[in-house]
Design a protein around this ligand. Sequence first.
Ligand code: NAD
Length: 709
Amino acid sequence: MIKTTTSPESLSKVAMTKNKRFFMCRPTNFSVDYVINPWMEGNLHRPDASEAMKQWEALHQAISEDAEVELIDQGPGMPDLVFTANAGLVFGNHAIPSHFRHPERQVEEPVFTEWFRKHDFEVTEMPRGMYFEGAGDALFLRNAPVLVMGYGFRTVLESATFVSDVLGVKVVPVKLSDDRFYHLDTCFCPLSGGKLIWYPDAFDNRSVKVIESLVPEADRYAVCEKDALNFACNAVDTGTTVVLNQATEGLVNKLHEWGFRVFQTPLTQFLLSGGSSKCLTLKLNELKKNGKRLKVQSPVTNVDIEFRGHIIDEGTLTKVMDIVPMRGGSYRVDRFEPGFTQTDPSYISMQISAPGKKELDAILNELIAFGGVVQDKEVRNATFKVVEKNGVAPEDFYSTTIFPTEILHEGDWLRIAKQRMDATVVLKQDNESVVAECCLIRDLKTGDQVLTGSHGIRVHTKRDAEEDEFRFMSSSVSSERRVESAVDHVAWEMKRIHERGGRIVFVAGPVVIHTGGGPYLKALVREGYVNALLGGNAIAVHDLESQLYGTSLGVDLKKGQAVSEGHRHHINTINTIRACGSIKDAVDQGVITDGLFYEIVKANVPFCLAGSIRDDGPLPDTVMDLVKAQEQYSELLQGAEMVVMLSSMLHSIGVGNMTPSGVRMICVDINPSVATKLADRGSVDSTPIVTDVGLFLHLLYERLLDEDD
Ligand code: NAD
């Protein structure tokens, strides 16, 4: 069914002059012979040749009413030659023929190139390897000298710079994010008078904002999913008429309101191949305004970055190759030297491109965290910006990781102090010293110099030889069978740290007490293996309850049975300690005479109980001001060589973020995904141990005591 609709008001606006030229290809050899987009899947050889011809003739006739149409013959072996929108990009008398991503379509390149030449176009070919699919991915706005370029599936981001240099036009790259809309012209259709119909869901978030900033709200219409899937945005604008496959009433009404006639003509046979009316045409007279060639700077920016080390086996390469396109950028590998043995490091140097400087900085910030070092043509020191408001960082501040980081300052690499995750870096210098150290955003003061951007920063993520000895344990979550040997190694490490006077910090949740691990942890405190304890309200309440009542949350710890009135034990315990003043006061007053916290008080082991919204009471010792609690945790973690995390997801995650890489972390949890998450720090110094925490503590105690005996 062919439908032409014209709003009564718009009739007067219709000017029937043939000042347009289009380029088309009669589908004498059209078919779906391969699959290079999701529409083709399941449609191999399905198009009906005579129906396709009928549909094309109807389109041709509709366009010929308003415009002149030039034709090219379709020889065999090029079933997609009918989609002339992909012949290339025309601007004035200049044509840039497409360089197709898929070899299946590369055979069309010489045919289109020759056609452009024969028809007196000045032809500039794309460099090899720089994919660009012509007017399928590059569309001029109709009221501004702006070429919007879609990239992500076919056209590469880098081609934006090439096209802008060759044609002298402003190019705005936008990223396509839904492979059903693999070309820009499947979801974006600039119309005469600066109007636009488009499908925002086909773009990434940044690109949606870019398009919204280019076209005023009143001039753009976002089509619904139904229109999008019927390729309504793949429309031809003859100047007066919008020719498309099918449109909903809403879209038709909008086009009428804007003064267009709407001509709906079925193109279902071509939809089987992923194309519709716009794909089947190329506008040949894209006129230069005043014939002027603009001097424009492409917004696409790029930088060279290199990675060294075990980038293949540690998965760095895969992550980098995922992150860059996910963040709207693209990469080109310039040099790659794989390590040929298990111990050989690898090397890769790549160029990263992004649609703008801000996007490039965001990508680089992530790549630096994987050990990437930006390669500057000349030496570029790290850059700093001044804090203008207490507790607020400059917009492009560098966000730290747990890995040792250095910055290039006045030509020297300077190691950042107090390394932790998710912090800024502040430069402190006077006549005698220069220090760069991690600083939380909330602690920034007006006037502080904060590290920004991505130049002059290097992060050391690679493992060194010393860490290799425990690699086998971190390669996977320990199964029950492996727990014993894992505990052997942990005990051995703890003894070594203990003997050399190093610090071991424990993080513990109340499950330690529930599972009967309290006495073993208490013994470790007594033996000097616990140099600080980090927990919450619950571990202390449960331990103290066990001392006062022999229960943990009302459950008899020896018999494992709930006792009568036991539910009150917990809250009574809190009340008792509150009456004493603090845990230490309760010990000093003889109210608490044994248990984990008794031992902690007696051995003068520093501890911090961080408050949470779940807490009952809380105990007087629980720090309900979270900022203060974080500060105390951080202080107690200073200088730790090992952190043992025992069944507390909440506190362990907090501790993980505050602790630099290089500190050994033992993460004990009965839930494999929690243990793995806690241990997944992208470094080999953490070991997940999946087991019951009571059992773990019992085994650890035995191993340490055996050695002592
Ligand atoms: P959490 O959910 O952060 O961590 C508990 C972890 O223990 C989980 O990861 C779980 O998989 C693991 N686990 C469970 N059984 C185990 C076992 N047998 N062996 C090994 N691992 C096991 O909870 P949390 O740390 O217990 O508490 C979070 C916050 O809630 C803390 O601040 C705590 O003080 C507070 N809390 C308060 C009260 C109270 O005041 N009444 C009670 C409970 C918790």
